[in-house]
Design a protein around this ligand. Structure first.
Ligand code: AMP
Length: 213
């Protein structure tokens, strides 16, 4: 089962992707997570990507496409995978179609997770992450037991540079301009299903399971 999670930053693609991944036993591939790990390890790719990421801009298509070509060839992808954060431009979607065709694979569905803009801004600017274990919190909706400290590993929580308000607003503009056209792109191929993305995490997951069967 090959799935794409589509939607603005902050609609819960990562959260739902993780639940889908566990339930259906297929890996979740997040381009944002891969890039952040490259940045952390100070690789050539990471150094190049960081310049764009810090501003909330998109990393160039050729970099992302090459990275994804390698990733979906890995053994853990043989029974399918879920994409979180890719494709993000029409050029990436076209390149992904070519990758699928070349490998005789078929896209199952594109889940468009929909949340109102004001809620997205509050979700993202209130998000805090653990730089050590990757756990994600929210100052209001999912606070850690002790303020500013990770429940799992005790590390000090941080705010992602790109979760600062002005960067969040730019990421939303970038989404509207570059990624929204994919809604049309996948509607044409009848793969797109819209999911209401506000409410309880588990209720949203139930909606997704209904669609996936
Ligand atoms: P995310 O965690 O998905 O919001 O991604 C964080 C940042 O990584 C984005 O703001 C972009 O700078 C970069 N990024 C992630 N995925 C892509 C992609 N498919 N194309 C271009 N840039 C990306």
């Amino acid at each position: 089962m090959i799935l794409i999670l589509l939607g603005a930053p902050g609609v819960g693609k990562g959260t739902q992707g993780e639940l889908i991944s566990k339930h259906y036993n297929i890996p979740e591939i997040s381009t944002g997570d891969i890039l952040r790990s490259e940045v952390k390890n100070e690789t050539e790719l990471g150094k190049k990507a960081k310049v764009y990421m810090d501003k909330g801009e998109l990393v160039p298509d050729d970099v992302i496409i090459g990275m994804m070509e390698n990733r979906i060839k890995q053994n853990d992808c043989k029974n399918g995978f879920i994409l979180d954060g890719f494709p993000r431009t029409v050029a990436q979607a076209e390149a992904f179609d070519r990758m699928l065709e070349k490998n005789n694979l078929e896209l199952y569905k594109v889940l468009l997770i929909d949340v109102k803009e004001e809620e997205i801004i509050s979700r993202l600017t209130g998000r805090r992450v653990c730089p050590n274990c990757g756990a994600v919190y929210h100052i209001k909706n999912k606070p850690p037991k002790e303020e500013g400290v990770c429940d799992n590993c005790g590390s000090k929580l941080i705010q992602r540079d790109d979760d600062k308000e002005e960067v969040v607003r730019n990421r939303l503009e970038v989404y509207k301009k570059n990624t929204m056209p994919l809604v049309d792109y996948y509607t044409k191929s009848s793969k797109l299903v819209k999911i209401e993305g506000s409410g309880e995490i588990n209720d949203i997951f139930e909606r997704i399971k209904k669609v996936l069967g």
